[in-house]
Design a protein around this ligand. Structure first.
Ligand code: HEC
Ligand code: HEC
Length: 205
């Protein structure tokens, strides 16, 4: 053993030095990592303190109508916003009022796992004209079979293929942006009663 040691002495020393160096690097990395973790934690605490709490009755927690950045809620980009809760999809088969005649109706049922891609369109399993009777679903209206020259096609128009482009599920989420939208019925009723404001008279809700 001692023979082997004296013969390979430089090799042993080099090995020991390498191991020592590795240990040093490891310890340094660990200390450094701990330090930056603490910094992150401190930052997170600061963000938690400065981030406005979102109340369920108002997604914005504010009434500023000029606020267009509704998702960030005005929180500076260098601060982490407390995420909004996930809202619940309403799966109750209860239709909502359409705000105007050409509004795509909201979807009164859950659509989890309904695949819509190049190979299949799950929605059309029930909503195609030919299948609607079987599933007692309202068939997609005639506009969904029209091409851009208003010609009627036998199958769903490619312009209406990706249903979720226009139709969204109904959730219990509060308004993302506060607004003063009035349906045309409300505007007409106000006009008839002679109480139309300058704004509604100009057709600006
Ligand atoms: C299993 C059958 C089925 C599938 C699949 C299905 N639906 Fe429906 N859908 C219905 C039925 C039935 C109704 C009628 C209301 C109810 O019972 O929920 C309906 C209602 C609707 C309405 C409301 C129509 C109106 O006049 O208000 C829309 C919009 C809609 N579905 C869109 C979709 C979309 C988009 C998909 C695919 C992501 C889809 N549906 C998949 C069965 C289905
Ligand atoms: C480009 C937007 C758009 C796309 C894409 C689209 N829709 Fe619609 N959809 C509308 C609009 C707008 C209406 C209401 C006016 C009308 O009937 O055209 C509507 C109405 C409907 C209705 C109610 C029909 C009625 O007679 O009341 C159903 C059901 C429906 N769509 C299902 C679907 C399904 C399923 C798909 C996917 C295959 C789809 N839509 C794709 C815009 C769209």
């Amino acid at each position: 053993m001692s023979n082997a040691f004296t013969r390979n002495r430089p090799l042993w020393i080099a090995g020991a030095l390498t191991v020592g160096l590795l240990v040093l690097v490891f310890v340094a990395g660990w200390l450094f990592g701990r330090g930056s973790e603490r910094k992150h934690e401190a930052q997170r605490e600061v963000a938690a303190v400065t981030t406005p709490v979102v109340r369920a009755d108002s997604a914005l927690g504010r009434t500023d109508l000029r606020q267009v950045d509704a998702l960030r809620r005005g929180i500076p980009v260098d601060q982490e916003a407390a995420p909004q809760p996930l809202w619940h999809v309403q799966n109750m088969d209860v239709k909502r009022e359409r705000a105007y005649p050409m509004q795509p109706p909201t979807i009164p049922h859950a659509i989890d796992g309904y695949q819509v891609d190049m190979n299949s369109n799950r929605c059309m399993l029930c909503h195609a004209r030919a299948n609607a009777e079987k599933f007692q679903a309202p068939p997609v209206s005639v506009t969904h079979y029209m091409d851009r020259d208003d010609q009627f096609l036998a199958t769903i128009s490619s312009r209406r293929y990706f249903c979720n482009q226009c139709h969204v599920v109904q959730t219990d989420a509060p308004l993302l942006v506060n607004n003063t939208f009035q349906t045309i019925d409300a505007v007409l009723a106000a006009a008839e009663a002679g109480t139309a404001t300058a704004e509604t008279a100009q057709g600006r809700p």
